[in-house]
Design a protein around this ligand. Structure first.
Ligand code: NI
Length: 253
């Protein structure tokens, strides 16, 4: 069944029908969802949601756009929260030089500290990196040793993707691969072995074709799987099945 390795069901866009939508997932072929926090405030929310739905797990962490709100007290609280048995990863964490909400120095500092926290807790990491390819790679080389995880919504070169695969990371592929202008991502998918790819939505964002621009949800992953299957020359069912195995290995489930 479909394993969505990165979703944001605490987003207010789901306020109108969250329960109904999540309860329809199994009927739509979705077996497992990892719900990701972005801001400090959403760490507790995604964990509470994971406790409510048996097929849902949580990844907790603070997104680079939001690290300005962190301090020592909150960081200590995060460490306590992340010991909940439904927390399967630290994320999403990383660098975002596109929105550039916080200084690069502050983003790097909290990225590195959250990597250390993941190591301490024995959890994989979920990396968000936008317009920050070089700095992210440098930090992962210097501070990521012994860690595993996924480079979520991967958007850089295929060469760099293969470098991450060699370092033991998975490449997260979502709806973008179905977009007309996604030539570079399709080349990456062609180059990276299926054994190192996991599927994700990042919903409510980044819905695949034919729903581009609409609210995304985990059942639309079938369109992403179909596109990957086309690129790889295999059946969509094989993509769904293999990436589910990868995701279980990644999140130790
Ligand atoms: Ni996300």
């Amino acid at each position: 069944m479909i394993f969505d390795t990165h979703a944001h069901y605490d987003d207010e866009q789901f306020d109108i029908d969250r329960d109904e939508l999540l309860n329809s997932m199994a009927a739509n072929g979705v077996g497992t969802i990892v719900n990701a926090s972005a801001a400090y405030e959403s760490c507790g929310r995604v964990i509470r949601m994971a406790e409510k739905y048996p097929f849902m797990y949580a990844m907790a962490g603070v997104h680079p756009d939001e690290v300005g709100s962190l301090d020592e007290e909150k960081f200590a609280r995060m460490k306590e929260l992340f010991q909940n048995e439904k927390v399967v990863a630290v994320g999403e964490i990383g660098l975002d030089y596109y929105w550039d909400n916080e200084s690069h120095e502050l983003q790097k500092e909290w990225f590195i500290r959250q990597l250390s926290l993941a190591r301490e807790l024995g959890l994989p990491v979920n990396i968000h990196s936008r317009d920050a390819a070089q700095d992210t790679m440098e930090i992962m080389k210097e501070h990521g040793e012994g860690l595993d995880g996924v480079i979520h919504c991967y958007s850089y070169s295929k060469e760099m993707a293969l470098q991450y695969v060699k370092m033991g990371f998975y490449i997260g592929v979502g709806g973008v691969v179905t977009f007309k202008n996604a030539r570079r991502l399709r080349e990456t998918v062609e180059a990276v072995p299926l054994a190192s790819i996991v599927l994700e939505t990042d919903c409510p964002y980044l819905a695949p074709e034919p729903y581009r621009g609409k609210r995304n949800n985990s059942s639309y992953i079938k369109y992403t799987a179909e596109e990957i299957a086309r690129i790889k020359g295999v059946a969509a069912e094989e993509v769904i099945c293999r990436t589910e195995e990868n995701a279980r290995r990644l999140y130790r489930l």
